[in-house]
Ligand binder design. Structure first.
Ligand SMILES: Nc1nc2c(ncn2[C@@H]2O[C@H](COP(=O)(O)OP(=O)(O)OP(=O)(O)O)[C@@H](O)[C@H]2O)c(=O)[nH]1
Ligand SMILES: [Mg+2]
Length: 195
């Protein structure tokens, strides 16, 4: 069941802030620093809040790891595509969305994080809305390096997961109704044969 264990996958190009997002979600502020250490392979952490037990997968963005991306994404309940909000990086991130949508279930949201919103607009940093127009998936702006952004990140995840809950709940109800209808149909045809 979704509220027992949720798989969240964080993907994107190198140095966009994926590991910083994982730290923002799971660490205390003091432990974080601004040093860039590229993730080798992937990092996996469990984070708990409210009824959610999140298994958060942070995948290294370097090219050599991309070959494993499909296996890694399977079974995701939510995928975050992280960009650094620069035009070039955003344009190059489109392929992650296309790739991911061919792998995950249809009810798994694919959302984008337009990270590094603290950077100067004059240096080409785009607003989340503009990033959303290009990527055509729900996009949230974030400054992962700021510990005060933790609540915002948690709220984004909660909101998306609640929608997954609702969709899956409705699917369950629809399946029960379908079974009921099939049973009724079967009973009716048996009766017709008896007559
Ligand atoms: N200015 C600014 N820098 C950030 C922000 N988020 C992350 N960074 C910095 O960007 C650099 C890369 O961050 P990481 O989180 O390691 O990047 P990554 O996406 O995990 O990179 P790979 O593991 O190589 O794929 C680090 O120096 C971070 O401190 C942000 O919101 N603003
Ligand atoms: Mg990393």
């Amino acid at each position: 069941m979704l509220n027992d264990l949720v798989k969240i996958s964080i993907i994107g190009h190198p140095a966009t802030g994926k590991t910083t997002i994982l730290k923002l979600l799971s660490d205390s502020i003091e432990k974080r620093d601004r040093l860039y250490i590229p993730t080798q392979g992937f990092d996996l952490r469990t984070v708990k809040f409210d009824q959610f037990m999140l298994r958060v997968w942070d995948f290294g963005g370097q090219k050599s790891y991309l070959n494993y991306l499909d296996e890694y994404l399977v079974g995701s309940d939510l995928v975050l595509i992280v960009t650094d909000s620069s035009p070039r990086n955003v344009l190059n991130s489109r392929r992650f969305i296309e790739f991911t949508s061919n792998i995950v279930d249809t009810d798994c949201p694919i959302i984008a994080i337009a990270n590094k919103q603290d950077l100067c607009k004059n240096h080409g940093r785009m607003e989340a809305k503009r990033v959303e127009d290009i990527l055509k998936v729900k996009t949230y702006g974030l400054t992962a390096i700021e510990s005060s952004e933790r609540k915002k990140l948690i709220d984004i995840i909660k909101k998306e997961l609640n929608q997954v809950f609702i969709r899956r709940g409705l699917k369950d109800v629809m399946n029960v109704l379908k079974d009921e209808l099939n049973n009724m149909e079967e009973k009716r045809s048996v009766k017709e044969i008896e007559i």
